[in-house]
Design a protein around this ligand. Structure first.
Ligand SMILES: Cc1cc2nc3c(=O)[nH]c(=O)nc-3n(C[C@H](O)[C@H](O)[C@H](O)COP(=O)(O)OP(=O)(O)OC[C@H]3O[C@@H](n4cnc5c(N)ncnc54)[C@H](O)[C@@H]3O)c2cc1C
Length: 488
C-alpha cells in the first residue's frame, strides 16, 4: 500500500525545499524515512509494518529544531497542499501519529530543551519533543518533579502527552496532563505562532490552552508548554491490599476518593490482572484481586495520617493487608511491565481499552466490557483479559482492560479481523453501559469511528467548525478525529 501523496519528482522538490528550512542533515526522503519510521506502537501499526505494508508512509520526514522552522514547514505545506503529521515519540497506541495520507511527518525530537525554570513560581517552559523520562530525571536532580509518569515515559514526549490527553501513574493525586499544563506555544495550521497565557488560572475568555490538549495534532503543532512543577516528595508510603471480591475493592477506592484522600497511586487489579500480571512482576504471593496504594508528600505526619486513613478504609471494606513490599517492588519495576519478557510481541495480538465511567456505572461497565470481549472471539484462541482500575477521580475511575491472544493467525487480515472484533465488542459494550472510551490514550485510527457517538452530532459540528476555522486548507492530520476540510 502506497499512501504517499506525491510523485517522485514532487517528493524530490519537497525534500529540497524542506532542506532549505532545516538543513540537508535533518530531512529524509520517502525511502530513507521508511527505514526509520513505520508509525506508532499500536498493534495495528506494528502488525502492518511487519508484512511490509506500513500504515505510516510519509513523503518526507523532517526534524526542525526551532518553533520558527516548524512554522515555515507548515507554511510550505499550505503552499503545496501537502498533509502534515506531527510526531513525538511514536509511543501512541491508537495509530494517531501515522501519516496514513502521506505528506510530511514533522518529528519534534530536536525541539527538546528546557527553556526556563522558575523555582519561585514552580513552573518551567519545556519544548514539546522532550522525552518524559529524561525530563523528569533532569528535574529530579534539582529536587523538582513534573509528576507526569506515563508507563511509556521512555519514549513519550511532552507534546505527544499533551496531544493525546495522556495520564500517568500518579494521576489520582496530581491529575492528567491537562492539569500539568499552564500554557502552550503552538504553531497553528496556517503557520501562525500563538502563546496562550501562562498563569495558574484565568477568566480571560475560554481556556485556549485546553483546545490543543487531546487535539491529536489536528488543530496545531505544540512546540513548547509551560508546565507545573512540584518538589520531589520527602515521604512515600506503599501498601498492598488483597480483596476476595472486586466490588469491595471498588467500594474502598470510591470511599477514598469521595472522602478527599488523594493517593498518587491507587491501582486496583482484578484477579486475572493481579495474578497474571502484577504477581509476575512483583513475586509477592498475590493470589486474588489486589490494590497497590501509594501516598506521598513533604510533611511526613500528613502523609502518615493520610495513608493510615486510606488503609483503614480498605480494611473496612474487607481488604486484607498484604504489607508494603509488593507496592515498593511495583514502584521500582513499574516500567519493566513494558519490556520483554512482559511486553507482547508478534504473532500475539494485543490492545488495551482505556475506558472511563462514573461510580454509578463503573461495575456495570466492567461486567459488560468483560463479557463482550470474552465473547467476541472463538475460545480456541485462548484470549487472556486482564483489567485494572488505575486513574481515579472523585466521581469515578478509569477501567483498563488489556487483552492478549497468545498466537494469532499467520494471515494478517485474519488477525486484524480478530483484533477488530474484540475492540468493536469492547467499545460498543462500554458505550452502551455508560462509559467514555478514551480516558488517556486518545482516539487515533483505532477509535475514530466512535468519536461522534461520544461527542454527539452537535459536538462534532463544533469540532469541525474549529478545525475549518483554524485549518482552512485541511493541512494538519487530515481525517484524524473524523475531521476533513473540503478544500483539502
Ligand atoms: C507500553 C506503553 C505504555 C503506555 N502507557 C501510557 C500511560 O501510562 N499513559 C498514557 O497516557 N499513555 C500511555 N501510552 C500511550 C502513549 O505513550 C501516549 O499516548 C503518549 O502520550 C504518546 O506520546 P508520543 O510522544 O509518543 O506521541 P506520538 O505517538 O508520537 O503521537 C501521538 C499523537 O500526538 C500527536 N503529536 C505528537 N506530538 C505533537 C505535538 N508536538 N503537537 C501536536 N500533536 C502532536 C501525533 O500526531 C499523534 O496524533 C503507552 C504506550 C505504550 C506503548
Amino acid at each position: 500500500m502506497d499512501t504517499s501523496t506525491l510523485d517522485p519528482g514532487a517528493t524530490a522538490s519537497l525534500v529540497q525545499m524542506l532542506s532549505g528550512i532545516v538543513g540537508d542533515d535533518h530531512v529524509l526522503d520517502r525511502d530513507a524515512a521508511a527505514k526509520v519510521h513505520t508509525g506508532d506502537m499500536s498493534w495495528l501499526t506494528i502488525s502492518a509494518a511487519a508484512i511490509g505494508k506500513p500504515l505510516s508512509r510519509p513523503d518526507a520526514l523532517v526534524f526542525p529544531s526551532t518553533t520558527e522552522e516548524v512554522s515555515e514547514i507548515v507554511l510550505l505545506a499550505n503552499r503545496l497542499g501537502v498533509p502534515v503529521t506531527p510526531f513525538g515519540g511514536g509511543s501512541g497506541v491508537q495509530g494517531a501519529a501515522n501519516a496514513d495520507r502521506g505528506g510530511i511527518v514533522v518529528s519534534l525530537k530536536r525541539l527538546n530543551k528546557v527553556r526556563t525554570v522558575d523555582r519561585e513560581s514552580m513552573t518551567a517552559v519545556v519544548e514539546a519533543g522532550h522525552v518524559i523520562r529524561e525530563l523528569e530525571a533532569g528535574f529530579n536532580a534539582d529536587g523538582l518533579s513534573f509528576t507526569h509518569y506515563p508507563a511509556s515515559a521512555e519514549w513519550a514526549t511532552l507534546g505527544g502527552c499533551i496531544a493525546a490527553r495522556g495520564s500517568g501513574v500518579l494521576s489520582t493525586k496530581y491529575g492528567k496532563i491537562e492539569e500539568h499544563i499552564l500554557s502552550v506555544e503552538v504553531v497553528l495550521p496556517t503557520g501562525d505562532i500563538v502563546h496562550t497565557p501562562a498563569v495558574p488560572r484565568h477568566a480571560a475568555g475560554p481556556e485556549l490552552t485546553q483546545l490543543f490538549v487531546g487535539a491529536e495534532g489536528v488543530l496545531g503543532i505544540v512546540t513548547a508548554a509551560t508546565v507545573a512543577l512540584r518538589q520531589v516528595p520527602a515521604t512515600r508510603i506503599f501498601r498492598c491490599l488483597l480483596f476476595d471480591d472486586l466490588d469491595a475493592g471498588i467500594a474502598a477506592g470510591r470511599e477514598i476518593m469521595v472522602d478527599g484522600l488523594r493517593p498518587p497511586v491507587m491501582r486496583l487489579y482484578d484477579k486475572a490482572a493481579a495474578t497474571g500480571s502484577l504477581e509476575r512482576a512483583v513475586e509477592c504471593g498475590i493470589d486474588r484481586a489486589a490494590m497497590v496504594l501509594m501516598f506521598d508528600g513533604d510533611v511526613d505526619s500528613v502523609v502518615q495520617a493520610e495513608a493510615a486513613a486510606g488503609i483503614e478504609k480498605c480494611l473496612k471494606h474487607g481488604g486484607i493487608d498484604h504489607g508494603s513490599e509488593a507496592g515498593e517492588i511495583w514502584w521500582k519495576r513499574r516500567y519493566d511491565f513494558y519490556y520483554p519478557p512482559h511486553a507482547p510481541e508478534l504473532p500475539q495480538i494485543w490492545a488495551t481499552m482505556d475506558v472511563v465511567a462514573d461510580f454509578a456505572h463503573i461495575r456495570g461497565v466492567y461486567d459488560a466490557v468483560t463479557e463482550a470481549m470474552m465473547g467476541a472471539i472463538d475460545p480456541k484462541w485462548n484470549m487472556t483479559l486482564k483489567t485494572h482500575f488505575s486513574h481515579w477521580y472523585p466521581w469515578g475511575s478509569m477501567i483498563y482492560p488489556r487483552f492478549g491472544v497468545p498466537k494469532g493467525p499467520d494471515d494478517r487480515d485474519e488477525a486484524l479481523g480478530l483484533h477488530d472484533a474484540i475492540v468493536k465488542a469492547a467499545t460498543e459494550a462500554a458505550l452502551e453501559s455508560g462509559a467514555v472510551i478514551n480516558d488517556h490514550h486518545g482516539v487515533g485510527m483505532r477509535l475514530n469511528d466512535y468519536l461522534g457517538d461520544q461527542l454527539g452530532e452537535g459536538g462534532m459540528v463544533m469540532l469541525q467548525g474549529i478545525k475549518t476555522g483554524l485549518d482552512p486548507n485541511g493541512i494538519l492530520c487530515p481525517g484524524k478525529l473524523g475531521l476533513d476540510v473540503a478544500s483539502a
